[in-house]
Design a protein around this ligand. Structure first.
Ligand SMILES: NC(=O)c1ccc[n+]([C@@H]2O[C@H](COP(=O)([O-])OP(=O)(O)OC[C@H]3O[C@@H](n4cnc5c(N)ncnc54)[C@H](OP(=O)(O)O)[C@@H]3O)[C@@H](O)[C@H]2O)c1
Length: 297
């Protein structure tokens, strides 16, 4: 079997065009320009590039974006004060605090301080709780992007055996939750695996849809999957880094080997990554719309 490659970069482009249209409409009809602030504490190179990509995409879609870069020694109290300021700022509809934060700052405290109505990352406990209950809320970007990838590629989740590797709060747990919701994009039978899973291969080989978010380069090979599986590779791993900083990006799945057996598979890069940023833009648009509805009600 030769797999269909699920090209996240192309699907993301389509969704971004839809968002740009909606942004224009919101400006014309309600004079509201969606606004996003990204807050980066410290100089982690990966975080810097993620934040730059988010701001660049926002600009391309007509979303007003503000990039705040704070020194690594910024105190928790100062960061909380900055978040409180943006909670009150009517030109900003979405607040994104780039994770991870330096060790001296309590991440949970900062995420909890963001107004849930501006929590475009979907990490505030109010939004997490609503997601679990199946209520309208900001969905976390990577899991939401995975759902979009599957539905726009015509992959049926209803009744499917979905096996997820990884139980992080930002990927594994929310994906598992969304997949088991009683709605079209869910209705799956879900198995969530992690480092204490006794026989990982037993589970992966049963999967109709395998979602891998472990952060272990090419841990899934052809022997770990069944014929016809749909594979979503969330992992981003830098391998072969040289002194000059050149590294290759690979996923958690051995793409070539698994593609020979799979029905469909996402590449790395160009799979899940572009969808994550796109869903952030979608959430920012949603936040601006909701702010507009509050103004007129
Ligand atoms: N493309 C994107 O937009 C995007 C977004 C987010 C993350 N990512 C990437 O996705 C990967 C996962 O990210 P994350 O933040 O969810 O990672 P994380 O917080 O490090 O969690 C990794 C999870 O994988 C599990 N795991 C690790 N090795 C395993 C193994 N050998 N067998 C079974 N389970 C294993 C861990 O189990 P335990 O809980 O037992 O430790 C943990 O639950 C990373 O490569 C990250 O860069 C990509």
């Amino acid at each position: 079997m030769s797999a269909t490659v699920i090209r996240g970069s192309e699907i993301a482009q389509t969704i971004r065009a839809e968002i740009a249209e909606e942004v224009k409409k919101l400006q014309q009809e309600q004079q509201i320009t969606p606004g996003l602030v990204t807050i980066l504490v410290g100089e982690d190179p990966a975080s810097q590039s993620y934040v730059a990509a988010k701001n660049k995409t926002a600009g391309q879609l007509g979303i007003h974006s503000k990039q705040l870069t704070l020194p690594a020694e910024t105190s928790e109290a100062d960061l909380l004060e900055i978040v409180a300021r943006y909670n009150q700022d009517e030109t900003i509809h979405g607040i994104l605090v780039q994770l991870p934060l330096p060790r001296h700052i309590d991440e949970g405290k900062v995420l909890f301080a963001i107004d849930p109505a501006k929590d475009v990352d979907g990490f505030h406990p109010v939004n997490v709780g609503k997601m679990v209950l199946g209520e309208q809320c900001f969905l976390p970007c990577t899991p939401h992007g995975i759902l979009e990838l599957l539905s726009r590629s015509g992959v049926e989740t209803s009744g499917a055996e979905v096996v997820i590797i990884g139980r992080s709060n930002i990927v594994g747990k929310p994906v598992a939750n969304l997949m088991l919701q009683k709605r079209d994009s869910g209705n799956a039978t879900v198995t969530l695996c992690h480092t204490r899973t006794r026989d990982l291969q037993f589970h992966t080989r049963r999967a109709d849809i395998l979602i891998v978010a472990a952060g272990v380069a090419q841990m899934i090979g052809a022997e770990d999957v069944k014929e016809g599986v749909v594979v979503i590779d969330v992992g981003v791993n830098r391998v072969g880094e040289t002194a000059s900083g050149k590294a290759k990006l690979v996923g958690d799945v051995d793409f070539e080997a698994v593609a020979a057996k799979a029905a469909a598979i996402t590449p790395v890069p160009g799979g899940v990554g572009p969808m994550t940023i796109t869903m952030l833009m979608k959430n920012t648009l949603q936040a601006a719309r909701q702010a507009g509805e509050l103004q007129t009600s």
